[in-house]
Design a protein around this ligand. Sequence first.
Ligand code: COA
Length: 143
Amino acid sequence: MYILQIAFGTPAFDEAVQLRYEVLRRPLGLTYTEEQLAEEYDQVHLAAYSNHSVLIGYLNLTPQDVEVIKMRQVAVAPDCQGKGVGKELVKAAEDLASQSGYKKMVLHARETAVPFYKALEYNSVGAQFEEVGIPHFRMEKAL
Ligand SMILES: CC(C)(COP(=O)(O)OP(=O)(O)OC[C@H]1O[C@@H](n2cnc3c(N)ncnc32)[C@H](O)[C@@H]1OP(=O)(O)O)[C@@H](O)C(=O)NCCC(=O)NCCS
């Protein structure tokens, strides 16, 4: 597999939105609005591709301040989950953030994804809360 930074508004971005919809939104009966996607114009978008150049994973990064950056929308194609794709994507995001001078990665983890982030040395901070109608936990990791 390989990981690329893709640009907002390109065909690669549209393909990634479709993957995100299938993995993250459709199971919840939700969609992405034009407004929600428009807010992503200045975010960092990372996509993972198989050796046959098929999109298999995605995440995005949004700076919160000069030291903190937030990881969102981590999604791996269903038939590729549990094979290390998510781990490689998160590591690529951490490397990029660290090289750009950020000191801390933060995220909102779905309860079902907490073990995944714990395996990657993220710590849960604070109480459970609700987002997109399901339980989440704040998690973070020093870079
Ligand atoms: C959560 C998700 C991104 C993880 O990606 P993945 O490619 O399936 O995970 P990986 O195979 O890279 O797993 C990395 C590590 O986490 C562990 N892990 C992953 N899911 C786990 C789980 N549910 N419980 C326990 N450990 C888990 C793996 O065992 C592995 O540990 P190791 O490195 O010690 O072997 C992916 O499964 C997914 O897209 N799920 C649906 C959408 C979702 O929940 N996204 C997160 C939103 S916050």
